[in-house]
Design a protein around this ligand. Structure first.
Ligand code: SER
Length: 318
């Protein structure tokens, strides 16, 4: 039987890029997009879905004979701090609805991502290990630590094949991120391509783990397609792409557009960034399912410019 895939949080930064990628692999009719908000430019099959409501989720699964779910909806680190209890409720209710639905409907596989936000000041700053101490500083991080443990619980207790990656900050051109601490690394490109000055909310030397969208999508599919016996981590895999600082990225963009200017006005997100690692040890992913990132800083910057320039040219067509 062909897999039928439901993507929850389809309008978000990763969903927007992942859906065409999944459609190419599994066929257009076999990927169902869903989100709490209606999509702007999506022409495929779409379901309006509040995934905190288990009954609504069940109805969508039945309607489309869903066999796999990619659950990408979450309130991220910076946004979550404005209303921690609300963020906790959304992040936990959606994840538990998905896990429970997988059990009820006997789904083949689930993807529920985690994040570098699970790490905190006690996790170690450089080449942070898979089994580092997890004492996060944000409610987003707290909810992801809990979700990772629920994933492991559902695997061990009920045999649900749920897989997960601790995504670094994702840099992408397909859509804007929202509410994260790593969002500056996307915002900066939009300013640069429009010839505007960028005001960065992190200090110039704040190194953070990041990943370019092409690598993030490749890692996701590689993990999901790996034979079950290769998956040795049932909480969530450490994943690394590249690491850079705001100043490193600025210098890199200046090599492409020399008149670009940036200034710094750190805000509350600085403390969140300071609590996270600067780099990640992802050797278990490399060993288990042959993970290898392809994009370094200059290749990523050139690719971002190329795609954003294309979007801009398209948007300005009469
Ligand atoms: N991009 C996320 C955030 O900044 C981290 O995974 O919240």
């Amino acid at each position: 039987m062909k897999d039928k895939i439901l993507v929850i949080g389809a309008n978000g930064q990763i969903g927007t890029a992942l859906i065409p990628f999944l459609e190419e692999i599994y066929g257009e009719g076999n990927v169902i997009a869903s989100d709490i908000n209606n999509p702007v430019n999506y022409t495929g099959v779409f379901e309006h879905l509040d995934a905190t409501k288990a009954d609504n989720l069940s109805a969508v699964i039945k309607k489309h004979d869903i066999t796999q779910i990619y659950h990408l909806a979450a309130i991220l680190s910076a946004r979550g701090e404005a209303d921690p209890v609300w963020a906790w409720n959304i992040n936990m209710q959606t994840s538990l609805s998905v896990l429970q639905a997988a059990r009820e409907h006997k789904l083949n596989k689930l993807f529920i991502p985690s994040s570098i936000a699970v790490f905190g000041p006690s996790s170690g700053k450089e080449m942070t290990q898979q089994n580092a101490c997890l004492e996060p500083s944000t409610v987003y991080g707290v909810s992801k630590v809990a979700t990772e443990n629920w994933c492991s619980y559902y695997y061990h207790k009920y045999g649900i094949d749920v897989r997960s990656l601790r995504y670094p900050g994702v840099v992408s051109h397909q859509s804007m991120p929202g509410g994260g601490t790593t969002d500056y690394a996307v915002d900066i490109f939009h300013k640069a391509i429009n010839g505007e000055k960028y005001t960065c909310y992190l200090k110039p030397d704040t190194a953070l783990p990041m990943i370019y969208i092409d690598d993030a999508l490749r890692a996701t599919i590689k993990l999901m397609e790996a034979p079950k016996k290769k998956i040795t981590v049932r909480t969530s895999y450490n994943l690394a792409g590249l690491s850079f600082t705001p100043d490193g990225l600025y210098q890199n963009i200046k090599n492409i557009t020399s008149s670009f200017e940036m200034e710094y006005q750190p805000d509350f997100r600085q403390a969140i960034a300071d609590s996270w690692p600067g780099s990640i040890d992802d050797s278990i992913a490399r060993n288990d399912w042959e993970w290898q990132p392809e994009f370094d800083l200059s290749r990523m910057s050139r690719d971002m410019f190329f795609h954003l320039a294309k979007h801009k040219a398209f948007a300005s067509q009469p």
